[in-house]
Structure formats: C-alpha cells, structure tokens
Design a binder for this molecule. Structure first.
Ligand code: HPA
Ligand SMILES: [Zn+2]
Length: 327
C-alpha cells in the first residue's frame, strides 16, 4: 500500500493490461492484436516514445463501448487503491477514440462512472482531456468542442503523444479556449523534447504543471525558474527507463530534481506497459536511488500539493502523507 499519495500522471489507456485487451476483443467480437497475451506482452520492448505509442494506439482498438471505458478505469482504480492512491487526475485521449468512431459521450460517461464508484475505494478522481500534439490543432479544437457537454466531469486539458517536432506553440489557441472555459492546463514537455518546449508550455500554454519535464535539467536558468515558481513536475521513473530516456533506474535524475528544490512528484504514466503502477515507481526509486522514508513522504506530500484538489482537502491529505511511516 505504502504512503498515501495522489497520482497526477497516468494515461487511462496506458492502464489497459494485455489480459483486458483479450477480454474486450472477445466481448466485442473484434480481432485481438496478437495471438496470445504472452505474444502481446513480448512486444513491450520499446526503443523510445514513438515505438511505444504505436503499440499503445493499436491496442486501443478493443475499446468500443461505454462499458469498456468503465471497466478499464474501474480496473485502474482498484489497482490504484491497493497502491495507496487517495486521489487521481487521469489523462484520456479522446481523439484516439473519436477517429475510430467512438463518441465523446461513450468515453467520458464510461470513465466518469468508474470515477464515481472509486469513491467507495477511498479515491477521489478527475479527468484530464489530452490533445494529441502529433495531430492538427483543429482536431484538438474539435475534441474540446465535443467535450463541452461534459465539462463538469473534466478538470483540465493536457498535451501528449509524440513530442519531438511537435512544440506546445502549435496549441496556443485551444489551450486559451480551454482556460476560458474554466479548465486547468497541464502539458507533457521535456520528456523527449528540449527545455525550450517546457518554456513554451509555461509561457504560451500557461500550464500549471509540467508532465515529465526531466530534460529541464539541461537548462540551469529554467531549473531556477521551476524552483522559484514551484511549478510541479510529474515525473515517471519507470517510464523513463522503459522509453530509454535513462539507461537504468539508478541513473534517473529524480534526486537531482529534488536537490534543486523542485516540486517533484512520482507517477506511473502507462503502468500496463512500463512494468509497474505508482507504488512500484515509489519502490523502484527507493531501492534504485536510495531514497529515504522522508524523501517518499515529501514526494507524496508534493503529489497532493500539486493536485487540483481544494486547499482544505490538500491540507488534510498532506498531513496524512507527512505522518506516514512504513509498517
Ligand atoms: O509517455 C507518454 N508520453 C507522451 N504521450 C503519451 N501518451 C501516452 N503515454 C505517453
Ligand atoms: Zn505521459
């Protein structure tokens, strides 16, 4: 279970376990993407973000009905509860479903029903609508328009998919519209892209958190700014290893980011693909980087601080994280 924590960087489609891919393929009468669960899992050796995204988008073809999206998210929340998650802000990629003829209502209503049920597991949850940065901005704007009837279920917009060559500057208008609608804003930046993309996300998209952001370390002035403004970074250690940003967990820059005084959080990204859910990421940085219980408490407190929860709830949950000690 571990320390009580918030998960702020998890793609719900990235929690689609191979077993569920096969169950949904059978239920929907569509072909499974591989001959067996083992054969599918054997494909999960990635050379970088693009090679992962190809498998991630292909597997989504089994997600068709509201029940499918519900079952996907219900399975995630059940795992998250076991991992000490008390609050989750969950990404979803509507354009990857709209393009297959699955409606916004199907996606959001399925996910939202599971989020409501997660209250019984002691988890509060919000949804973050992500725009695909390797699709045209007009497609992002159309997704936002289609989401308007469901804005009460969505806390923020985000930006994900293939980063290199797709800077935040292409999405200024759609982010401005989303902010005008009262949504929070976050963006993936500095995962594979340069520090300049982190600056663009802050200055042009006016994001309140940066997802990944690890390449900011290449730019000391940017690190100083992230520290001064206490911009949260949602770091995903096992993801960075599996997508080859770092060779091994023991070379991960998380301790450097913490030493710089940044508001860092630890998250799972796409746990069905990267070898672990959020507590597994906490365990990996503890054993691989020698983090102490005090470090883990700080990371957990940061996760609540960086969330979009109301201040009084943040304070309660930060106190729980700060008071935690391993059994
Ligand atoms: O790790 C990721 N990076 C960018 N886009 C993504 N979409 C799902 N997972 C990811
Ligand atoms: Zn991500």
């Amino acid at each position: 279970m571990g320390v009580p924590k918030a998960e702020l960087h998890v793609h719900i489609e990235g929690t689609l376990e191979p077993e569920l891919v096969f169950d949904l393929a059978r239920r929907n009468g569509v072909p499974a993407p591989a001959a067996s669960v083992e054969e599918l899992r054997a494909r999960y050796r990635f050379t970088g973000l693009r090679s992962f995204l190809d498998v991630y988008y292909a597997n989504m073809a089994v997600l068709l009905t509201e029940q499918d999206f519900h079952d996907l998210a219900a399975a995630y929340f059940a795992r998250a509860a076991e991992q000490g998650v008390r609050h989750a802000e969950v990404f979803f990629d509507p354009q990857a479903h709209l393009s297959r003829g699955v409606s916004m209502a199907t996606v959001v209503q399925g996910l939202a029903a599971a989020a409501d049920e997660a209250r019984h597991l002691g988890i509060s949850a919000g949804l973050i609508l992500c725009f695909l940065r390797d699709e045209p901005a007009a497609s992002a704007a159309e997704a936002l328009r289609l989401a308007e009837p469901f804005l009460d279920r969505i806390v923020a917009v985000g930006l994900d998919s293939a980063e290199a060559g797709h800077p935040p500057s292409g999405f200024v208008d759609v982010f401005a519209t989303a902010r005008d609608m009262g949504l929070h804003a976050v963006a993936h930046a500095g995962e594979e892209g340069p520090p300049e993309y982190v600056r663009e996300a802050l200055d042009l998209l006016r994001v309140e958190r940066v997802d990944h952001g690890v390449r900011s370390l290449e730019d000391p002035a940017l690190i100083a700014r992230l520290r001064d403004e206490q911009v949260p970074l949602t770091v995903c250690p096992l993801s960075n290893v599996r997508l080859r940003s770092v060779d091994t967990i023991s070379e991960h820059p998380l301790p450097r980011l913490m030493d710089e005084g940044l508001l860092v959080t630890v998250n799972s990204d796409d746990p069905a693909y990267f070898g672990g859910y959020v507590a597994d990421n906490f365990a990996a940085v503890r054993s691989g980087l020698g983090l102490s219980d005090a470090d883990l408490r700080l990371l957990a407190a940061n996760s609540f601080e960086a969330s979009f929860l109301p201040e009084d709830r943040k304070t309660e949950l930060i106190a729980e994280a700060t008071g935690w000690s391993p059994a």
